[in-house]
Design a protein around this ligand. Structure first.
Ligand code: COA
Length: 192
């Protein structure tokens, strides 16, 4: 499979990450508070650098192995090149078959699905950028990859992420088994 090319929408460019994105990625994770609080900021930055190098390498390595093009991409504003956040395809493993949209079989084992991921800098939120970027990626999944379904997973209280799922046209399902804590909410988008 090929590396996902740079995608353009009316306002955005969705492009592969490069090593020069480290500061922007680190700042994003600090701003949305997705950092390891046991580590100081410098150590979190080292962790982000490791993640970024792995992400960049994985574009090439997954393509060489004919594997799906997983990994986050940069969301950039076309007007000025500003880094707004991340969007990507991610492997998602859960007992999806237990959800009504997948048949609701209570004894269903876990299975992999192709998932969507998104995160925006706080100052870029509230402008439709996550939905616009994810819509472009969904379009690529339909036309470029020809996948039959995408999912997104999150916590029950992540209303903003669930709202993105709804704007994408996903069916929203609550995990029917309150004892298993992940995923709490699943968005399902069947593609044609
Ligand atoms: C989840 C997240 C990406 C959602 O961002 P968002 O900006 O709310 O989502 P969208 O890009 O779809 O923007 C929608 C908002 O923009 C508004 N908007 C403004 N101009 C718009 C436009 N031109 N087009 C569409 N929407 C527009 C919408 O009204 C909506 O605002 P509302 O929520 O107040 O109704 C963001 O909250 C985030 O980064 N959270 C932290 C990371 C995270 O939790 N990621 C999910 C992992 S499971």
């Amino acid at each position: 499979m090929k590396i996902i090319p740079t995608l353009e929408t009316e306002r955005l460019r969705i492009r592969p990450l490069v090593s020069g994105d480290l500061e922007d990625c680190h700042r994003l994770y600090v701003e949305i508070d997705w950092i390891d609080h046991e580590l100081d900021l410098a150590a979190n930055r080292v962790r982000r650098a490791s993640w970024l190098a792995w992400t960049i390498d994985s574009y090439r390595e997954l393509a060489a192995l004919h594997q799906p093009p997983y990994g986050e991409r940069a969301i950039e504003r076309r007007a000025d090149g500003a880094f707004l956040g991340l969007v990507g395809l991610v492997p998602s493993l859960a007992a999806f078959g237990q959800l009504p949209a997948f048949g609701g079989r209570t004894d269903e084992r876990v299975r992999p699905e192709m998932g969507l991921f998104w995160a925006l800098r706080p100052k870029a939120q509230g402008s439709g950028f996550a939905t616009e970027a994810a819509t472009a990626l969904v379009g690529y999944a339909v036309d470029g990859l020809r996948v039959e379904r995408l999912v997104a997973t999150t916590e029950r209280d992540n209303r903003a992420s669930i709202a993105v799922m709804r704007r994408l046209g996903m069916t929203i399902e609550e995990n029917p088994h309150p004892t298993s804590d992940w995923p709490q909410v699943v968005g399902v988008l069947n593609l044609e």
